[in-house]
Design a binder for this molecule. Structure first.
Ligand SMILES: [Zn+2]
Ligand SMILES: [Zn+2]
Length: 103
C-alpha cells in the first residue's frame, strides 16, 4: 500500500511520557502517519503500545495534535500467512498487511 507521507513532531510532554514508559527510554521525536494515503480526515502516528490490545497514537490535522489511546485493529489477513494489522480499530483506508493491488 502507499503510506501517507505526513509527519508530525511529537509534543514535548507526550514525548517525555513515551520515554518514561519505554523500557529503552527511547521514543521517536517525530512520527509518520501510519494510514494508507488519504485526502480527508485526521492523521495518526504511532507512539507506543499501551495496555493489552491498545496503543497510544498521536492524532493531528493542521496545527492541532492530540494524544489518543485506541484499540488495535482486529482484522487479520485472510491469506495463507496470518498477519495482523498494525493500525487501530475503525481506521480508514487499507490494513497494513494489504498489498497495493490497484496497480
Ligand atoms: Zn495521514
Ligand atoms: Zn486494519
Amino acid at each position: 500500500m502507499t503510506q501517507c507521507v505526513h509527519w508530525r513532531r511529537v509534543p514535548l510532554d507526550l514525548l517525555r511520557q513515551a520515554r518514561e514508559r519505554s523500557p529503552s527510554g527511547h521514543a521517536d521525536p517525530a512520527v509518520r502517519c501510519q494510514l494508507s494515503e488519504h485526502r480527508t480526515g485526521d492523521h495518526y502516528g504511532f507512539l507506543d503500545d499501551a495496555e493489552y490490545a491498545t496503543a497510544s497514537w498521536l492524532r493531528w490535522s493542521g496545527d492541532e495534535a492530540e494524544p489518543a489511546v485506541l484499540a488495535d485493529c482486529p482484522v487479520t489477513s485472510a491469506g495463507t500467512a496470518w498477519e495482523g494489522c498494525c493500525l487501530f480499530y475503525g481506521h480508514g483506508g487499507r490494513h497494513t498487511w494489504d498489498e497495493d493491488r490497484s496497480g
